[in-house]
Write a protein that binds this ligand. Structure first.
Ligand code: FMN
Length: 118
């Protein structure tokens, strides 16, 4: 299994997103919302047919953490993707650079990997 990591700013059009079995999108929460860049990116992703593709979503936050569930819901209900059972991965900023933060990210990655083998 192989994974590519791309910044949303690298995705100029839907062709830059094509050809993957699964997608994990993420951004931090600002002003109780996802970022403007993520909103623009999701309109690009909408142009691809992502129905049934494996999906996950993540985001960092300090206190309210709306972004990851918002992105997750868009992938699930608008794009109709096959979303990972763990739900969205919301990471408190303070734990990102700790062992717990690393473990949370690794566990999320593992759950996604297991979806491909099931
Ligand atoms: C202006 C501003 C607004 C923010 N608003 C929220 C918020 O509404 N809810 C929240 O949980 N975190 C909020 N945060 C915290 C960020 O989500 C958090 O610092 C995040 O880790 C930033 O990620 P980044 O460094 O990758 O941009 C805000 C941070 C800033 C600077």
């Amino acid at each position: 299994m192989q994974a590519d990591i791309k910044k949303t700013t690298e995705i100029k059009n839907e062709k830059d997103l094509e050809g993957y079995d699964g997608y994990v999108f993420g951004c931090p929460t600002y002003h109780r919302d996802m970022t403007a860049g993520m909103k623009t990116f999701l309109f690009v992703a909408e142009k691809l047919n992502l129905v049934g593709k494996m999906g996950g979503a993540f985001g960092s936050y300090t206190h309210s953490g709306e972004s990851a569930p918002m992105v997750f819901d868009t992938m699930q209900y608008v794009f109709k993707m096959d979303m990972v059972d763990l739900g969205p991965l919301s990471l408190k900023e303070a734990i990102i650079d700790t062992t717990d933060g690393t473990r949370a990210c690794q566990d999320y990655g593992k759950a996604i990997g297991q979806k491909f083998t099931n």
